[in-house]
Design a protein around this ligand. Structure first.
Ligand SMILES: [Zn+2]
Length: 118
C-alpha cells in the first residue's frame, strides 16, 4: 500500500481546477473552452488583422488551459473510482514523488516519456 496522501492530492487537483477555470474566465472563455461571442479584444474593426492575431493567441492559451483542465478532470475521476495513482498505460503504481509534484499525472514517468517520444 502506498502512504501517498490522496486527500491532499484531491485538494491540490481541485485548487488547480479552480485556478484554471478562473484563468479561462479571465480570457473570456467558458469552462468548455468556447470563447464568448461578444469578447472584446479592445481593437477597432480597422485593425482586424491584429484582432485576429490576438484571438489566435488567446485561443492557443485557452487550448492549453483546457488540456490541463481535462487532465485534472481525468485525475479527479480516478480519485472517485479509486484508481488514482495507477498508470493508465501499464497499470503500475505511479511514484508518490511524481504525484506530489504533478497531482494530475495519469501515467508513470516511463510511460509519459514513451508517450512524449511518439
Ligand atoms: Zn506506466
Amino acid at each position: 500500500m502506498t502512504t501517498f496522501d490522496i486527500v491532499g492530492a484531491e485538494k491540490a487537483l481541485r485548487d488547480q481546477r479552480e485556478h484554471l477555470v478562473h484563468q479561462l474566465a479571465e480570457l473570456g472563455a467558458a469552462e468548455s473552452g468556447d470563447l464568448n461571442a461578444d469578447i472584446d479584444f479592445g481593437g477597432s474593426f480597422a485593425d482586424a488583422a491584429a484582432v485576429t492575431a490576438e484571438r489566435t493567441e488567446v485561443l492557443g492559451v485557452v487550448d492549453s488551459l483546457k488540456a490541463q483542465l481535462e487532465n485534472i478532470d481525468r485525475a479527479l475521476a480516478k480519485v472517485e473510482s479509486g484508481t488514482y495513482g495507477i498508470c493508465e498505460d501499464c497499470g503500475k503504481q505511479i511514484s508518490a514523488a511524481r504525484l506530489e509534484a504533478r497531482p494530475e499525472s495519469i501515467r508513470c514517468i516511463d510511460c509519459k516519456t514513451k508517450a512524449a517520444g511518439r
